[in-house]
Design a protein around this ligand. Structure first.
Ligand code: HPA
Length: 252
């Protein structure tokens, strides 16, 4: 059942299992036609608006990227009344402007994932959709995110191409070199099929990418080993501006 007027739904990625600043939180455990969600949806108040938060990997980080029920997550947020989704994605940086602790709002993506249910038209008998996806992120929502970041004084890179890989392992240096040649600036494991499904559902959707590490071979030290501890520390540091950014988005 819709909880009236959810102004924004936020999906948190690795290292982001709750959203600081949400108050008067209600917990929802919706059941969907597509099966179980990653976990409960927390709906709270921020800047006088109702905001829904869902941890993509579950609150205990128990759902790997290829097992996330992207359809259930998005359909549940929509059923609760959300029309607008801000996806927080922890990523590796590939090109120069996207080093650790950078926040970016990508404008393109390339899908390297495989074997994931990537459409609502999976079941026989459902209407086949061929949604336009030339702009994978909703332009008006990206513009709101960028404007809010400027007003709130939160540094945010405008643009970049997100490459979605299968995971859960990280990439080889050769894979990252190929992705760089393909035009990717960022690499993550959850950008797809989430963005495509959001388009099929008619949800506004934008990605706020949090760079946790240089992707394999992309940083100044070519043989650097990526550790979970570095990833989590960098996500925590880079996320400190998110409550101000989202508050500004809701107030603007
Ligand atoms: N590759 C893929 N996904 C990621 C990375 C990475 O280097 N860092 C955080 N998520």
């Amino acid at each position: 059942m819709p909880t009236s007027d959810i102004a924004l739904a936020i999906i948190g990625g690795t290292g982001l299992y709750q959203f600081d600043g949400l108050q008067d939180i209600e917990t929802h455990q919706p059941v969907t036609h597509y099966g179980a969600l990653s976990g409960p949806v927390r709906v709270g108040t921020l800047a006088g608006c109702r905001v829904a938060f869902l941890a993509r990997h579950g609150e205990g980080h128990s759902v790997p990227p290829h097992k996330v029920n992207y359809r259930a997550n998005l359909a549940a947020l929509q059923a609760l009344g959300a029309t607008c989704v801000l996806a927080l994605n922890t990523v590796g940086g590939i090109t120069e402007s996207f080093g650790p602790r950078v926040l970016a709002c990508p404008d393109q993506l390339i899908d390297y994932t495989w074997g994931r249910i990537s459409t609502l038209c999976e079941e026989e008998g459902t209407e086949v959709l061929h949604v336009d996806f030339g702009e994978p992120y909703t332009l008006s929502l990206r513009a709101r995110v960028l404007e809010a970041a400027r007003t709130a004084g939160v540094a945010l890179v405008d643009g970049g191409c997100y490459g979605a890989t299968q995971g859960p392992r990280l990439e080889t240096r050769a894979e990252i070199a190929r992705m760089r040649r393909d035009g990717c600036d960022l690499v993550g494991m959850t950008g797809m099929p989430e963005a495509g499904l959001a388009r099929e559902l008619g949800l506004d959707y934008a990605c706020l990418a949090i760079v946790a590490n240089w992707a394999a071979g992309a940083g100044p030290q070519i043989d650097e080993v990526i550790t979970l501890q570095d990833v989590l520390e960098n996500v925590e540091a880079a996320s400190s501006g998110l409550p101000a950014l989202v508050t500004q988005m809701l107030s603007g």
